[in-house]
Design a protein. Structure first.
Length: 327
């Protein structure tokens, strides 16, 4: 099993067995159960995504799960190739088809890290632009219904890290939760079943979080003290500005009352070339060295606040870009 340049996909989406492209998984919850998971690899070749289903969707093997085989292969490749030791575990946001999800994974992959993704059905329709509010509400419902699925995923990961953690387990993993994926993650952290499964991540990045800002302190404090937690902010974020229409202030676009314990806030607002970006790792990261440096460090499980071009604003309790746009 060669994982080089491949994205590992863990999903509770519905499945179309026999397909080897993005049609393998759909935009609804798994027909067997909303907590039923499948695992596949995805590789971008000749401008197309090629998928290889590794699990058996009809008769899942609970005794010797394929996820354990994949984890062993991750360890094996990291031992022989130092470039294979840094991983990002990515949880996407709202309105993401499988293709959009994989395209964002590829953007992260270009930072020189390996990517595993938890993919949930956040694009449930209707697709008409004027009905997006209705779709958004359905997506939030799917996020709540996906809590057990991500809990099972995190529990498996924590178990494998526990079992294999030693000098023979040379991998570093950063958890990146993007946009509405943070609503799913918040519900997981606040669930009775949360037992600090996140303690094995080097960094946890709550990226442009589409969750209520007001109560973020309470649930972010439940994350392990051994994990560095980053919250990214862009007050001009166009996507979150739209979310504000139907929600209170969003965590990802609010630079006030930044009072979470053990949380490092990174404020991109007014940064050169940041604009109204919802994904500063992409276009802004290509143009602004300080932006790129932050993501490069965090994705590689290092300290993002050490990136050149940032300074701590003690009044805000947030790091901000030194070079800023003129008003």
């Amino acid at each position: 099993m060669d994982l080089k340049n491949k994205i590992i996909l863990i999903t509770n989406r519905n499945i179309n067995p026999g397909q080897t492209d993005i049609s393998l998984f759909g935009d609804d919850l798994n027909n067997l159960s909303e907590a039923e998971l499948n695992i596949a690899t995805a590789e971008y070749k000749n401008k197309n995504w090629n998928l290889d289903l590794l699990s058996d969707p009809v008769k899942p093997n609970y005794d010797t799960p394929v996820s354990k085989q994949v984890f062993k292969e991750i360890i094996k490749q990291a031992v022989t190739d130092p470039k294979a030791k840094d991983w990002v575990f990515f949880v996407h946001g709202f309105n993401q088809s499988l293709k959009k999800n994989l395209d964002k994974c590829r953007e992260i992959q270009k930072y020189g890290v390996n990517v595993a993704a938890f993919s949930w059905p956040s694009n449930p329709g209707p697709q008409e632009l004027w009905k997006k509010k209705k779709e958004y509400k359905k997506a939030r419902k799917n996020a709540r219904r996906s809590v057990l699925a991500i809990e099972r995923t995190m529990e498996k990961f924590a178990g494998y890290m526990e079992e294999f953690s030693s000098e023979d387990c040379p991998i570093n993993v950063t958890l990146v939760v993007h946009s509405l994926g943070n609503y799913l993650f918040e519900n997981f952290v606040n669930s009775p079943d949360f037992s600090r499964e996140t303690r094995f991540f080097s960094n946890v990045m709550l990226h442009q979080a589409d969750v209520d800002h007001k109560h973020h302190k309470a649930w972010t404090e439940k994350l392990s003290d051994h994990v560095r937690v980053y919250v990214t902010i862009n007050e001009h974020d166009l996507v979150l500005d739209t979310s504000d229409i139907v929600n209170p202030d969003r965590l990802g676009n609010t630079a006030k009352n930044l009072n979470g314990n053990n949380v490092t806030y990174m404020d991109f607002t007014w940064g050169i070339d940041v604009g109204n970006s919802h994904r500063p790792w992409n276009d802004p990261g290509k143009k602004n060295k300080a932006v790129h440096s932050f993501y490069d460090l965090v994705f590689h499980s290092r300290r993002g606040e050490k990136a050149k071009g940032w300074e701590l604003n003690t009044t805000k309790n947030a790091y901000q870009l030194i070079e800023q746009e003129d008003f």
